[in-house]
Ligand binder design. Structure first.
Ligand code: NIG
Ligand code: FE
Length: 408
């Protein structure tokens, strides 16, 4: 058994389901608290200076009066890829847009070339380093999307790397097949044919080999239309996958409407989402997975988080780590931007980074809160609370991370 004691403030959302509206801002706060862990599971929380009864051989971890939250969950990353894209920045500074770079064969397609060239082992060891970095920033669970292979061999290669990462690393990892991330050069000008290939070949194989839990699609001007995205997602649903969608990242072409209509688990980005889109998310009970570092990096607006929360949409906040629009794994920076640019309260922000994020990847019953019965994933911080955490910027505020009941 492990007893984490002398916690100055323990703060957590409560429950197993994602929270929108007023509930998103309702966190439970325990002062002078301690948490008793048996194996990988939280068994008891005590507070106001009391301690749970525990056997004499219980291991103890002194939190030294600091702040503790559930381990953070990064519900949206593209963490397995080859190379970087630093050479795009001068082009962007000269005025080239994200979609122009993609349409000229760069952007995602540049990373596809670099990813196809790398072996499974090379991709694996690089990604292990990224996971170490995430953990160091207080993240204990992450989603990872494929989408830099864009053919059967290379999509499966990426997904196999994700499976190996999940087996090898302390973090829990949820795999998403995003073969519909861009149209590869072999199908240039034949987007419908590529959609058919994704539906008939890649998705069925990914499911058959049990390499994916979710399917995602980049519904965007010049990439996949809402109609093509619908085909991908309906096929994915018929194969038993959960549905995600990159919606309204650059243009509001109907991605949020589609997410609402299909009842996707989550819609991601939503930078350009209009009133009708927000209503559709609300009606479809879709979690909005917002990625504020991408807004910063692409010099775009920030998603309308306040309106979403007001309409009862559960908001999750993630990183979007990828080599093009967010070369950052630091989820604390997403917290800063959620506070400053989305105007979410520190409490809403914590829910967005823990329970709502866990629910967006299907893990809300096991992760995302500190409650008896949940998996013992906790982050200990060097701050006195969530307000300070959202305010301080640019330094890593993590003190220690406990994953499945072990200090890692
Ligand atoms: O979420 N928009 C599509 N996918 C990523 C970017 C991927 C890339 O540029 O390599 C995103 O922003
Ligand atoms: Fe993304």
């Amino acid at each position: 058994m492990l007893l984490i004691h002398n916690i100055g403030l323990l703060q957590t959302p409560v429950g197993n389901t994602s929270l929108g509206g007023v509930s998103q801002g309702e966190n439970r706060k325990y002062r002078n608290a301690s948490v008793l862990i048996e194996g990988e599971t939280i068994v008891e929380i005590a507070h106001d200076g009391t301690l749970p009864a525990c056997p004499p051989d219980t291991e103890r971890l002194d939190a030294q009066g600091t702040f503790v939250t559930p381990g953070w969950v990064d519900a949206h990353t593209h963490l397995v890829f080859g190379g970087w894209r630093q050479h795009e920045i001068p082009l962007k500074l000269k005025g080239a847009s994200y979609l122009e770079i993609l349409q000229s064969g760069g952007g995602i397609l540049d990373t596809v070339r670099q990813t196809r060239q790398m072996s499974e082992d090379e991709l694996f060891s690089r990604a292990m380093g990224f996971l170490d970095e995430q953990l160091h920033f207080g993240v204990t669970t992450t989603e990872i999307k494929s989408g830099y292979g864009l053919d059967l061999e290379n999509e499966l290669k990426q997904l196999r790397v994700i499976r190996r990462l999940n087996e090898a690393h302390a973090m829990d990892i949820v795999p998403t097949c995003m073969a519909a991330h861009a149209v590869p050069p072999e199908f240039s000008g034949r987007t419908d044919d590529y959609v058919q290939y994704v539906c008939n070949v890649i998705l069925p194989r990914a499911v058959k080999e049990q390499l994916a839990q979710y399917c995602d699609v980049f519904c965007e001007t010049g990439v996949f239309s809402p109609e093509q995205s619908r085909r991908v997602l309906e096929t994915a649903r018929s194969l038993g996958l959960g549905l995600k969608i990159h919606a309204d990242e650059i243009d509001a072409i109907g991605g949020a409407l589609l997410a609402g209509e299909l009842g996707a688990v989550s819609a991601e980005h939503l930078i350009a989402t209009d009133d009708a889109g927000i209503s559709a998310l609300s009606a479809g009970n879709v979690t909005a997975c917002l990625l504020p570092q991408t807004s910063l990096y692409l010099n775009k607006n920030f998603a309308r988080a306040r309106e979403m929360i007001a309409q009862n949409v559960a908001v999750a906040v993630a990183s979007d780590f990828n080599p093009g629009s967010c070369p950052s794994l630091n989820l604390q920076l997403s917290a800063n931007l959620a506070y400053l640019r989305y105007r979410m309260t520190p409490e809403e922000t914590l829910t967005a980074l823990t329970l709502n994020a866990a629910c967006a990847i299907g893990l809300g019953t096991r992760l995302g809160t500190i409650e008896p019965g949940k998996q013992a994933d906790l982050t200990l911080w060097n701050t006195d609370g969530m307000e300070m955490l959202c305010y301080r910027m640019g330094t890593n505020q993590v003190r220690a991370v406990v994953k499945r009941g072990k200090v890692v």
